[in-house]
Design a binder for this molecule. Sequence first.
Ligand SMILES: Cc1ncc(C[n+]2csc(CCOP(=O)(O)OP(=O)(O)O)c2C)c(N)n1
Ligand SMILES: CC(=O)[C@@H](O)[C@H](O)COP(=O)(O)O
Ligand SMILES: [Mg+2]
Length: 595
Amino acid sequence: MSHYTHSLKSILEHINSPKDLKPLNQENLRQLATELREFIIDIVSVKEGHLGASLGVVELTIALHYVFNTPIDKLIWDVGHQAYGHKILTGRKDIFDTNRQFGGISGFPKMKESDFDAFGTGHSSTSISALLGMALAAQLQGKPERQHIAVIGDASIASGMAFEGLNHAGETKANMLIVLNDNAMGIDPSVGALKKYLTNVKTGSAKEENIFECLNFHYTGPVDGHDLPSLIKELEILKHVDGPKLLHVITTKGKGLQKAEENQVTYHAPGKFNKQTGELQRKNAALEPPKFQDVFGKTIVELALKNEKIVGITPAMPTGSSLKYMMATIPERAYDVGIAEQHAVTLAAGMATDGMVVFCNIYSTFLQRAYDQVIHDVALQNLPVIFCLDRAGLVGEDGPTHHGVYDISYLRCIPNLAIFSPLNEEELRNIMYTAQLGLDHPIAIRYPRGRGKMLNWQLPMKKLPIGKAVVVKKGHKIAILSTGPIGNMISEMIEELNQPDAIAHYNFPFIKPLDNKLLKEILSKFEHIITLEDGAAIGGFGSAVLEFANNIGIHKIIKIFGVPDFYITHGATEKLYKEAGIDKMSVKQYVQQFL
Ligand SMILES: Cc1ncc(C[n+]2csc(CCOP(=O)(O)OP(=O)(O)O)c2C)c(N)n1
Ligand SMILES: CC(=O)[C@@H](O)[C@H](O)COP(=O)(O)O
Ligand SMILES: [Mg+2]
């Protein structure tokens, strides 16, 4: 790993572990906060990553490690995107410039990365349950002195799983402290009744009893989350309060970088920027193909303006999914339900019972949280919900917690549910158009993070025949069957080979139902058959082809190129494709042995 040659300031350079904080006085700690904030800005401005959330908890991070005896005392960061300061203060300062890079440290807390990372996070709202588990284990193991602290944001605490943890913790005497980091933001502004309640608490206009005290939590707050002396004072007091406790702190997302404070959505993960001015380094998007999310976001508006039955739902990702365009244009039919994937799915089901055409947009990895709802509430009742699974496939720097590589496998076994993976922007628009005409079953449309290939993508849309595959290129010796945009690499690969006529390429946008007629022809005609998908090999598209071949009594070697049975790390997507063996070179090398 490269060691950062950053010219560290007077205090931060001496902090190699939280124990180095203990001798510092209030002035030193204040100076440290300045240096830590600058360090985060310095590195993220070049190496990219999650900026706003980490800037918002600089003082809180210092106070927690100053007051508590980490890593003996357990500290969990919910979601973990705000843990850059935590990582820098716990021995990873010199390698922090490898954050989210291939071979470098993770962008989220990871148990195997550091003893100070008490629990791996990435998906939101897990911290309370995990913390309670640790606190109860401490009780059972006779460790009453051990402290347990979770930092959870105002959007994450509104998620169902967080309530489940609060509900259980409230009836225990677990020695646990929840620090509610309230900045009124998720990635987009946080939403819901709890947001309104917290706003009332902050403004002193809450008429209701304190919601957390009603759940038997000792409540303190709201406290200024940037006032180090106050934070330290309150935390020192809470160290000696028994049972479940909640400290409500008020912070500003992006604190300390004016641009980040002013545009908190963009600076959640701003990409490269000028560390002095905060100005973004934006590429000229006009010269680039669109992001798949924008194809979705602009196409649903096009369709919804003509079809009043269309509604859109996102669980807290209006910007990430680009449903923001419909929320701006047709707000009465576009819903941000907060970090609530389970609710989003069953809300969609409810709407579909009444004839609404529901586009439920959920990142592939986050849909994992609503698996039962997809089966029990949508597919079993055969309700025609249209799931748009963005970030399907390997996502890059967010790494294994966020790779959307399991959806084909975990959805393909569900009766009634169709699965579609477009080759390009045109196919995405056509399946969206087809679905909103009215299907008699639910469908999951999966597409990757990032950009497609088509500059001229806003073509007239047409109805697709359900279950049909497409002959991209004829050939006589080797058949390559691909699903999704990864198939675009096959055309490039064929051009690089010296016997292009030997290779046939078929695009299977429908993973379920498969084009059995064409598949039977392929399986009968070709000796060498290859499948390619940006998803888990086990149970994926290739498995479906194998199952079909077996069912019709054709026994041939079908080489499956899919994500292998281990977790793919974080880093640039092209490196991850290679790591997973689904890159162009891997396929090419396999094919060449038959030419
Ligand atoms: C289950 C799940 N859904 C969605 C996300 C995407 N996500 C990452 S951070 C975030 C907002 C978190 O807001 P909050 O909890 O208030 O923390 P803050 O960023 O304000 O510190 C969301 C929705 C996620 N990580 N996990
Ligand atoms: C921390 C988190 O879960 C989100 O910020 C996620 O990283 C967003 O991913 P995209 O950048 O692909 O929208
Ligand atoms: Mg927040």
